[in-house]
Design a protein around this ligand. Structure first.
Ligand SMILES: [Zn+2]
Length: 258
């Protein structure tokens, strides 16, 4: 939900980056947290990449589901979502087990190598310092991303990668989504919000289970989807309204330590 702008100064609208990488714990997290920003930037020419850290194999409330089929389905959904947003970059799946993501050395090393390979100007990621967030993968994903950003820029982290041809890489901006403290917003258009919704709706495995049941257990798919769209638009409109823009997505921006 949008928060009241803090009394401290808040920035808005980064210069359009040449490339952006969103690092998400699960398929659909990127679209939920920053889909309209990604759509806006893609429209303006940014090359958008996705890195999804887990396989999404626990993303269902159906105990009888075929998990291997669910993983394959969610990867296809994520690729479709990227296309809907206008993403022209890579969609990478790290394949860690859903619910068992850890910001450990080997995983950080792998993410560091991916950053040195994709070389994004801007990274969007989970806020590892978000309070009262229950899902352990979201905090781990944020911590992994932050640690990998530091490792990717410094030559004495994983020097074997550099010897193998992956140069060090420094990102210019880190946007933490679902932030514990908002200090930056990206304003987005109605069309960007529609693309965020369209991208979210490609995650049909999630629409069938988690989102629908939560919203309207006894209702029809159509009414649940309509309510879901309304909720999404209301949240982005409220975030925009307090800043005097139409719609907005909220972040914590870090630039000074990169
Ligand atoms: Zn998630």
């Amino acid at each position: 939900m949008p928060s009241t702008p803090s009394t401290r100064s808040e920035s808005s609208n980064l210069p359009t980056p040449a490339s952006a990488l969103v690092v998400a714990a699960h398929p659909d997290d990127a679209e939920f947290q920053c889909g309209a920003t990604l759509a806006k930037w893609a429209r303006l020419g940014t090359e958008i990449h996705h890195l999804v850290l887990t396989d999404g194999s626990k993303g269902t409330w159906d105990p009888d589901v075929d998990q291997a089929a669910l993983v394959a389905r969610r990867q296809a959904e994520q690729r479709s979502a990227s296309e809907v947003l206008g993403g022209r970059g890579r969609v990478v799946f790290l394949g860690e087990v859903d619910g068992d993501l850890h910001a450990d050395g080997p995983t950080t090393r792998t993410v560091c190598r991916i950053l040195r390979e994709i070389r994004p100007e801007v990274i969007l990621a989970h806020d590892p310092w978000k309070r009262y967030r229950l899902h352990p993968d979201h905090a781990a994903a944020g911590e992994l991303t932050v640690n990998a950003i530091v490792a990717a820029r410094d030559p004495f982290f994983h020097p074997d990668q550099i010897q193998a041809g992956f140069r060090t890489h420094r990102v210019t901006s880190l946007l933490l989504f679902e932030p514990d403290e908002v200090n930056h917003v990206e304003s987005v258009s109605d069309a960007d919000v529609e693309l965020r919704l369209a991208a979210l709706e490609t995650h049909t495995s999630q629409l069938e289970t988690t989102h629908f049941y939560k919203l309207d257990p006894g209702g029809s798919r159509e009414s649940a989807l309509e309510e879901f769209r309304h909720q999404q638009r209301r949240a982005l409109a409220a975030a925009g309204d307090v800043r005097g823009v139409g719609f907005a997505e909220e972040y914590h921006l870090i630039q000074d330590q990169l």
